[in-house]
Design a protein around this ligand. Structure first.
Ligand SMILES: Cc1ncc(COP(=O)(O)O)c(C=O)c1O
Length: 374
């Protein structure tokens, strides 16, 4: 937020700023989805709908989760929400309370900790660094589990690192869940369609894990639908009922013509989704190659998402990632997000949901800026 605000101020004064801060696709929503929304509006789907979502969408999601992910949630176990963000808050507010601990794996998307705080729970942050491909090993998770631990949040593919957990890595976490009967997992798979290498394993497909997993997903990233505000969580029925109650108090659910459009998104051609994925992949290649050329930058592979999360600690000396981002913005005209925002001081996040021209320009500026940072 702070970087975007400062970018606007500098641009207003005429400065040439390239911004790679944004966490949303730079593409427009595919036309078949927009058309479906318009048609639904004209058909009169402009009234209140059922709070946990329209039956057609919950049913379509049940099919999607089964066919694409190998998960077996009934429509009644799926709660459609105003963005995955609302779905996360439905989870925390209905499951977590004072005294409950939630394990969050850093680098993490900042809203998880905020959501746990909102529910008056206690986030327990565990960190992994670039040498571990930013994936916290199961042994470190095991050591942090206490009788108060209620939930582990796994975000694969991960914002901000682009990391994807392998089946073997998830199996190790599943073994911990089996050993602790009160423990649940929230698996946030919102970047599933922006995958470049390997396979995405849905945590709930591991043996015995479906009834221990809340699967979270949304339309924002893969379908370029950020502004439509549509996400969902699938969970064992008692939790789904709790989430639905929470949502009926807070927002009474997502709007109906958007949900109709989401059915079209799920049932229509995926060509646009694939085109966007392919373009992110080209940009990913460009970003990785350029960052690897800067001596001193440490970078893990980026098998998914539209983020790069280089470790620039060698350039920081005793300064912070925020000070580095301020410097890169003020002196070199490139806006990035400091790693501290994701619980990972020493890193910076670049989003490559931007044009190739902007990405190239930004990478030149970053290379220069890092070298001259004092
Ligand atoms: C990992 C992750 N989960 C969930 C969300 C929320 O998505 P939305 O509320 O737009 O559906 C985001 C958005 O940045 C995200 O990065």
């Amino acid at each position: 937020m702070r970087m975007s605000q400062r970018t606007r101020e500098l641009r207003a004064k005429g400065a040439d700023i390239v911004s790679l801060t944004i966490g949303e696709p730079d593409f427009d929503t595919p036309v078949n989805i927009r058309d479906a929304a318009k048609a639904a509006m004209d058909m009169g789907f402009t009234h209140y709908g059922p709070s946990p979502g329209i039956p057609e969408l919950r049913e379509a999601l049940s099919v999607k989760l089964r066919e694409e992910n190998g998960l077996h949630y009934k429509a009644s176990e799926i709660v459609v929400a105003n963005g995955a963000k609302q779905a996360i808050n439905n989870v925390t507010l209905s499951m977590i309370g004072p005294g409950d601990e939630v394990i969050i794996l850093a680098p993490y998307w900042v809203s998880y900790a905020a959501s746990v705080h909102l529910a008056q729970g206690t986030p327990v942050i565990l960190s992994a660094d670039v040498s571990e491909n930013y994936k916290v090993p199961a042994a470190r998770i095991a050591a942090a589990i206490t009788p108060a631990t209620k939930l582990i949040i796994i975000n694969s593919p991960c914002n901000p690192t682009g990391a994807v957990w392998s089946r073997a890595e998830l199996e190790e976490i599943a073994a911990l869940v089996r050993a602790h009967p009160r423990l649940m997992v929230m698996a946030d798979e919102i970047y599933e369609y922006i995958l470049f290498e390997g396979e995405l394993v849905s945590f709930g497909t591991l043996p015995d894990m479906q009834e221990r997993t809340i699967t979270l997903n949304g339309f924002s990233k893969g379908f370029a639908m950020t502004g439509w505000r549509l996400g969902y969580a699938a969970a064992p029925l008692p939790i789904a009922i709790g989430m639905g109650r929470m949502q009926s108090i807070i927002s009474a659910g997502a709007n109906q013509f958007v949900q109709r459009a989401a059915v079209a998104a799920l049932q229509g051609s995926r060509d646009d989704v694939e085109n966007m994925r392919a373009q992110y992949q080209q940009r990913r290649d460009m970003v990785l190659a350029a960052l690897r050329e800067i001596e001193g930058v440490k970078i893990a592979d980026i098998p998914a998402t539209f983020y790069a999360f280089p470790d620039v600690s060698a350039f920081l000396k005793n300064k912070t990632s925020q000070e580095m981002c301020d410097y890169l913005l003020e002196e070199h005209g490139v806006a990035l997000v400091p790693g501290s925002a994701f619980g990972a001081e020493g890193c910076i996040r670049l989003s490559f949901a931007a044009s190739e021209a902007d990405i190239k320009k930004a990478l030149r500026r970053i290379a220069q800026g890092l070298k001259s940072f004092r």
